[in-house]
Design a protein around this ligand. Structure first.
Ligand code: F6R
Length: 607
């Protein structure tokens, strides 16, 4: 996804911008650019492809400008190219603007601008912004931007430079994240906190509908009407080292190995002998009793965590749950009222569809609980209650530790609801709590055997198709295993409810087709084994996954991956780990760009 950086201070601006953009590379991008304010005017440098191309273009003789803006672009309107890269300028070259988000009515605005005599040179939606600013400018950039914002529909985080105000940056935000870093006589702007963490931990989080004018003396924030706003300083507590690779070859591997810690942190302070402690969810027992339906809404991996959540909540709290893909949710007129609980799950807390679903749910008067990893993210700020996962920053595009901690979030929530409704016996609750406490160490046990999975992944160098099968919660985990494999190794992978294969897909199973069969749900174990036999009879190569101590599965499959014993409901947290490792090692073996898979972005902040 696009990334924004900006700087005004005493340092030469270009190295600050380039370093900030490097920190945002994990978001995914296809081109990059910077604009700096020189004595003679605004200089713009842009390049398609990797940041290294831009750095080459900038050369060694950096300008000594001390104010500038930068951008990494992930194409939405117009293909990746030098011309479409940001920053974009107006006809006179008086303004340069970087922008995240989408200007939905840009075609109409473009047509209007052309009629006014403006020359639009790129295919982007963004380029209308500097031309509109040029049109409305009467000596005050912030005022011109206010006028522009009345005209544009859509989402944006934008930063503008003006040749007429060499000591000033103007930023604005609606539906796209933007923070302002406060240094000693210097100020930073970024779409994501890691971009500026090397310089400052004191930030203002710009809210929707706010504009800030930043000069060398400070930051003045107003709303879109120009009314002053007093901002509170937010102290970022993240450890910068937590955002580095820490000796691992890739962020993804580091994040897979961080799971024991992340799983432990997410449980810390939330369990006692009799149940869960979740003061952050402020529902009364009466409100919980009145919930007649729950929707879980999320995208991708977070949606897969929601599928597990459904089973847990229905099984333990006996409340009906529907799980929706966020991009579909608000277009299908969901039946929501004040007795509906909506749970949104989002690692980043900025996914556009999830945020829109949250807003729709609130509009329809549902109570919304967010499960998210990013403190003060949009989702966290807009939900009624927030359960934070404590995974720490997730940099690799493929989600790993966010997923397993989201699963813990689902377990905690399901238990919380069950306790409030008195739908589980004390013995059952204490059995779950004891099993939960074992999970971080059991995750470590699996990671200690990662070399066996690495060996197994070598056989994936040449395969074209892989099938994942399982029943009940094993099916939900199969979906996540399949997504992990396809997104980073580019192997075609599909997940099926094991009993469903024979209704069509079995036709695709031939000699040595790899089938990964999850068999941890002992309630349906015999049935899963029957399905495994069906694929084995078609000469598939079957890799089974089950609990240690179950020697039976080895009789029906070619190879078995064992995970430590736990209760059925917690097994997804463990069974996914070998699948993450398999996807990772297969991707490395196939020479793929593990942390930045093609066409994908870490945080999808456009619809
Ligand atoms: C896949 C992956 C994505 C995200 C999805 C939602 O590995 O990471 O499928 O899970 O884009 O992102 P968040 O959780 O940030 O809303």
């Amino acid at each position: 996804m696009c990334g924004i950086v900006g700087y005004i201070g005493k340092q030469a601006v270009i190295p600050v911008l380039v370093e900030g953009l490097k920190k945002l590379e994990y978001r995914g991008y296809d081109s990059a650019g910077v604009a700096v304010l020189e004595e003679k005017g605004i200089e713009v440098y842009k390049s398609a492809g990797r940041l290294a191309n831009l750095v080459e273009k900038l050369g060694d003789g950096y300008s000594d400008a001390t104010i500038g803006i930068g951008h990494t672009r992930w194409a939405t309107h117009g293909r990746p190219s030098d011309l479409n890269a940001h920053p974009h300028s107006d006809c006179s070259g008086d303004f340069a603007i970087v922008h995240n988000g989408i200007i939905e009515n840009y075609l109409e605005l473009k047509e209007w601008l052309i009629k006014q005599g403006h020359q639009i040179v790129s295919e982007t939606d963004t380029e209308v912004l500097p031309h509109l600013v040029e049109h409305f400018y009467k000596g005050d950039t912030a005022e011109a931007i206010r006028q522009v914002l009345i005209k544009v529909h859509g989402s944006f985080a934008m930063v503008a430079l003006s040749r007429n105000h060499k000591e000033q940056m103007v930023v604005a935000r609606k539906d796209s994240p933007l923070v302002i870093g406060l240094g000693e006589g210097e100020y930073f702007v970024a779409s994501d906190i890691p971009a500026i963490l090397n310089y400052t931990r004191q930030i203002y989080i710009l809210a929707d509908g706010e504009i800030a004018v930043i000069d060398r003396d400070g930051v003045r924030v107003t709303d879109f009407q120009g009314n002053p706003i007093q901002k509170e300083v937010f102290e970022v507590k993240w450890d910068t080292v937590a955002a580095e690779k820490d000796g691992y070859e890739h962020f993804m591997l580091k994040e897979i190995f961080e799971q024991p810690r992340a799983l432990k942190d997410t449980l810390t302070g939330r369990l006692n002998h009799n149940g869960v402690i979740l003061p952050e969810v402020a529902l009364t027992a009466e409100e919980v009793a009145n919930i007649n339906k729950i929707f879980i809404v999320a995208c991708g991996t977070a949606w897969h965590a929601g599928l597990v959540g459904k089973t847990l909540i229905e099984r333990w709290a006996r409340i009906p749950v529907e799980v929706d893909i966020a991009s579909e949710f608000r277009y299908r007129s969901p039946l929501i009222d004040e007795h509906t609980l909506v749970v949104v799950i989002s690692q980043s807390g900025e996914t556009a569809d999830t945020l829109a679903a949250l807003r729709e749910a609130r509009r329809l008067s549902a109570r919304v609980i967010a499960v998210t990893n990013v403190v003060s993210s949009s989702v966290a700020r807009e939900a009624n209650d927030v359960i934070y996962t404590c995974a720490g920053p997730e940099i690799a595009v493929a989600s790993t530790k966010a997923y397993t901690t989201q699963l813990e979030g689902m377990v905690l929530l399901a238990l919380y609801l069950a306790e409030a409704r008195d739908s589980l016996s004390l013995e059952k609750i204490s059995e779950i709590i004891s099993a939960l406490k074992e999970i971080p160490a059991q995750a470590q046990e699996i990671l200690n055997q990662s070399s066996a999975i690495k060996d197994l992944a070598r056989s994936f160098i040449v395969v074209d198709d892989v099938f994942f099968i399982g029943r009940s919660l094993d099916w939900s985990v199969s979906m996540e295993g399949s997504l992990k494999l396809k997104e980073i190794s580019y192997i075609h992978a599909e997940a099926y409810a094991a009993g469903e294969l024979k209704h069509g897909t079995l036709a695709l199973i031939t000699d040595n087709t790899p089938v990964i069969a999850l068999a941890t749900q002992m309630e349906v174990y015999e049935k899963t084994v029957s399905n495994i036999k069906e694929v084995k009879a078609r000469d598939a190569k079957v890799i089974g996954l089950t609990f240690k101590g179950n020697d039976d599965l080895a009789k029906s499959v070619d190879q078995v991956i064992y995970i430590p014993q736990t209760i059925a409901e917690l097994s997804p947290i463990l069974s996914v780990i070998p699948l993450q490792l398999l996807a990772y090692y297969a991707s490395v073996a196939r020479g793929c760009d593990v942390d930045k898979p093609r066409n994908l972005a870490k945080s999808v902040t456009v619809e």
